[in-house]
Ligand binder design. Structure first.
Ligand code: ADP
Length: 331
């Protein structure tokens, strides 16, 4: 079997096990959302209606895109995929909506980055399945009422708070994606190893899971790298020893933190005595965008209790000092 992570990631047209789960029963974790959505899907199918619009929010790599595809597969409809920034003007959105068949899913990733004038067209499209657009220019300009087939919009965003209130209100189903447990991630690592045709033992899979920051995308990435080390050292089976060895070289520590995480914590500690320090100050010091810090780096550090948010800024906790082997000097 020819196995290429990238190709398999995107499609399953050869009927092979794909890295991305295709149906709800292959989708590991996120039980609350999954159970809820299973009911809504069944009800929509029984009524032969389109599924209500779904907003999925949570940090990157937790499976929002994957879940959107799974929902479309379960509904047995087509899915069209795009992103907020890719839709630059109202005409782009009209072209996309025009191609939808009744019941189809339209997936818009980074939906909080839709331009305002595009977003406004989406309101009536979502609510009553029509759009009103102005055709022609100057004296020939006139409104055209354009009916649409019923469709399901699935929007994904890293933070629900970044969406405008009117847009958020038009989603009937809200799905908050949470970090995965070690048990769930272990199952994902084992499943991915199977897709890669790679042997991994329980301790090896658990060790990768434990250091993946609760995130399937990271778990899969670490598995790919560990597999390379394992192959080159001619091991038949990935075990804890090779995982430890590879992750050490990849500079992923015991808690799964990487250079970026440690840089942020060390900067806060060494330059600001552990805080409170504002987001933009941190960003300037470590040379990252504030968005990247808020969406990618910070959520996991908050989750494991290494930083806290206070009204006066972020502070580093004792647990983080301990983890980095640093001593608090402000107490
Ligand atoms: P997001 O859209 O939230 O950034 P993705 O849907 O792209 O995340 O998921 C990243 C990767 O993690 C996917 O390639 C998929 O293989 C894997 N993945 C995500 N969620 C799951 C899950 N519940 N079970 C198994 N694999 C998953």
């Amino acid at each position: 079997r020819i196995v290429s992570g990238e190709a398999l990631d995107a499609n399953d047209e050869f009927g092979q096990l794909s890295l991305r789960p295709q149906f709800l029963n292959q989708y590991i974790g996120q039980t609350k959302i999954k159970d809820e959505i299973a009911v809504y899907i069944q009800a929509a199918k029984q009524r032969e209606e389109s599924l209500d619009h779904v907003l999925l929010y949570g940090p990157p790599g937790l499976g929002k895109t994957t879940l959107a595809t799974v929902i479309a597969n379960e509904l047995q409809v087509n899915i069209k995929t795009t992103t907020g920034p890719a839709i630059e003007k109202p005409g782009d959105l009209v072209a996309i909506l025009n191609e939808l068949e009744p019941g189809d899913v339209l997936f818009i990733d980074e939906i909080h980055r839709l331009p305002k004038n595009v977003e406004e067209i989406l309101y009536s499209a979502m609510e009553d399945f029509y759009i009103d657009i102005i055709v022609g220019q100057d004296t020939t300009a006139h409104p055209v009422h354009f009916p649409l087939p019923p469709f399901t919009l699935i929007g994904a965003t890293t933070r629900a708070g970044m969406l405008s209130a009117p847009l958020r209100a038009r989603f009937g189903i809200l799905g908050h994606m949470s970090y995965y447990t070690e048990t769930e991630l272990t199952a994902i690592v084992k499943r991915s190893a199977e897709v890669f045709d790679t042997q991994i033992d329980d301790q090896g899979a658990h060790e990768i899971a434990r250091r993946s920051r609760g995130t399937p995308r990271i778990a899969n990435r670490l598995l790919k790298r560990v597999r390379d080390f394992s192959q080159v050292s001619q091991k038949e089976m990935i075990d804890k020893e090779i995982v430890d060895y590879a992750l050490k070289l990849l500079r992923v520590d015991e808690k799964g933190l990487d250079d970026n995480d440690r840089k942020l914590l060390r900067t806060m500690i060494l330059l600001y005595n552990g805080g409170p320090v504002g987001l933009s100050t941190i960003a300037a010091n470590i040379g990252e965008e504030t968005d990247t810090i808020e969406d990618v780096i910070e959520p996991y550090l908050l989750q494991i209790g290494f930083i806290k948010r206070t009204p006066r800024g972020r502070v580093v906790t004792d647990a983080a000092y301990q983890h980095l082997g640093l001593v608090r000097t402000d107490k």
